[in-house]
Design a protein around this ligand. Structure first.
Ligand code: SF4
Length: 253
């Protein structure tokens, strides 16, 4: 498989339904969306924070993409997992990107191998590619951590609605009964768009999290305080970005 960087962790899952869970990560290279890409002038500072996994113009592939076999990745993860396993714990692996489902064969194989070892798995996905790409349920993660891209959010018009909103993928993710949704929001206007997604696709509200935007403690705190009352009033879950609070924007944590 092609990675956007080496494996990382132990760390904590920093966002969403498993916030604070001790985990290892794998960052997969490549994405089918281009959040925050401006025509001819790169990615906006408030756009994709992992543009090194897909924007070759600023991040040449030969410098930012790393080949490794699934067996090599598993060996690295097992080594990193030792502090947890030595104490009788269960390992957890978080597969992120880029968009992991663009490398469906290798990622499906990795998830199945993790399952065979008894490790929990989560995969981040942007809600545009159906999970059946991975293979059958034995190649699925325990949780799909689904993050749709809002027109008013991080994508900011870089991709048309027809690329961002894929009803077939959403229906398949719902049918797995393993999906949780995480919407990034910077202001109350974003919450109206989130409500549209919930109503339009019948997303189960118990499995929907709002995550305030922010790549610094100050920015994250400001957006959290700005959104908190409105998120509460709409009956939605709220998550923070734990790794930003602990390490700021440091890569690989
Ligand atoms: S879907 Fe995710 S990885 Fe892809 S461009 Fe958007 S924010 Fe970046």
């Amino acid at each position: 498989m092609t990675r956007g960087e080496g494996t990382f962790g132990g760390t904590w899952q920093g966002e969403g339904s498993r916030l604070g869970t001790w985990t290892m990560g794998v960052r997969v290279y490549g994405c089918n969306l281009h959040c925050g890409l401006l025509k001819g002038s790169g990615v906006r500072p408030d756009g994709c924070d992992t543009a090194h996994t897909w924007y070759e113009q600023d991040y040449p592939r030969q410098e930012w993409a790393y080949e490794a076999s699934v067996d090599q990745v598993l060996a690295e993860l097992e080594r990193r997992m030792q502090p947890r396993l030595r104490r009788g714990g269960t390992g957890m692996v978080f597969v992120t990107g880029g968009e992991p489902l663009v490398q469906e064969a290798a990622v499906g194989q990795l998830l199945r191998a993790c399952r065979e070892r008894g490790w929990r798995t989560q995969i981040a996905t942007n809600d545009t590619l159906p999970p059946s790409r991975l293979g059958g349920p034995d190649c699925w993660p325990d949780d799909f951590n689904v993050s749709p891209k809002l027109a008013t959010g991080i994508n900011r018009g870089a991709d048309p609605a027809s690329k961002r909103i894929r009803p077939k993928a959403i229906a398949e993710l719902l049918a797995t009964r393993r999906a949780v949704w995480k919407f990034v929001a910077a202001d109350v206007d974003n919450l109206d768009e989130i409500d549209w997604w919930i109503e339009r696709f019948g997303l189960p509200i118990d499995n929907v999290w709002v995550m305030p935007e922010g790549t610094s403690t100050a920015g994250l705190t400001a957006h959290t305080q700005q959104l908190a009352e409105a998120v509460l009033a709409r009956g939605l879950n709220l998550t923070t970005r734990l790794h930003i609070l602990v390490w700021g924007a440091e890569r690989g944590r």
